[in-house]
Design a protein around this ligand. Sequence first.
Ligand code: ADP
Length: 404
Amino acid sequence: MKIVVLNSGSSSLKYQLIDSETEEVLSKGLAERIGVVSGGGRIMHESFCGEVVLDVEMADHEQAMEHVFELLTNAKCGAVASVSEISAVGHRVVHGGEKFVQPTLVDEVIVEEIEQLSQLAPLHNPANVKGIRACMHKMPNVPQVAIFDTAYHSTIPDYAYIYALPYKFYEKYGVRRYGFHGTSHKYVTRQAQKKLAEQGLEPDKTRIITCHLGNGSSLAAVLGGKVVDTSMGMTPAEGLVMGTRAGDLDPAILVFLAKELRAIPNEIDDIINKKSGLLGVSGVSSDMRDIEKATSEGNYRARLALELFCYRIRKYIGAYSTALGGLDAIVFTGGIGENSCEVRERVCKGLEFLGIKIDEEKNKTLRGPADISDPSAATRIYLIPTNEERMIARETVELLNNGQ
Ligand code: ADP
């Protein structure tokens, strides 16, 4: 089957066309500056003919999809002859709330329900809905499937997802931990389970901590393939230190700052989501490469940000080892997890009491998927590149096959 995987942002569309049998990416691209009044719209598209950059104005997501379909079905370089060859579109949707815990075939009612969840993800769900609606209009006979970032975390037990606030806020507003990056955590967990099975460990007994470290970062504690805890919360702001997000905080600091700065909620939101994290502490950059470079040049605040970033991960690994009752493997993935041997080394150092011992040479030289742990250690350390698009394509196909 040929599956289009779509990740729709407020002014962008990221797409891949995947052959589900071979899992080969036949074509992919990114449409940017959709609906931006000052213009500058463009599509970067890759196919077997190579890469092309198109400067095109796109008033909305529907117009963007029109251009994308033209590219995908282009007589010379298109991966398919017509839209009818596309079996389904798998849409990444950020927030599924408590309702959507499985891949879901989308119809008008479901779109409206996803839209209603925008209260929990005001930046993401409305953008995801734009992509879904554009596809529903442009290809009414092709199944549209929503894959939720929160869904993989739906197995977290109540005592781990509830916040110690008055219970009525959970009942009235759905204030609880949902977790994000679920598709990535699921993909790398499956890979790690396969590797552990080669060592004789049954998949339903595996105790794995998956570390998705990118601009946004989160950890998940996964017992027998089911998530039992994760570091992001009701929103992606909780947990680890991120590029521009603070992660865990004393909640009273927000009240203090609101009073001190006479700030409105949006300003506080801006501080904790856009001005904090690596950027806020270092004053250098939100990008780990810049932080590492500045650290090596002796910049104190960059080193502080790097140490804080790694220390927070170590605290979570300690906590999640307890939640899992032991540990068989940790997995590093995401832009930082896959590429920064310095972060991996700093995270693992001193965790030998948990059976975690990194092989420094392998850590520096191997690219994923790889086992970078010392062979004598009890816990495996895996480096596994994530592939959310492939996972979305797989889940889309599974849903289509189960529905037949
Ligand atoms: P997103 O969460 O936006 O998908 P990515 O998973 O692409 O982000 O991760 C982006 C992060 O990965 C950035 O902080 C970037 O600095 C970091 N990164 C990418 N390559 C390297 C590298 N070679 N060394 C250190 N950090 C890297």
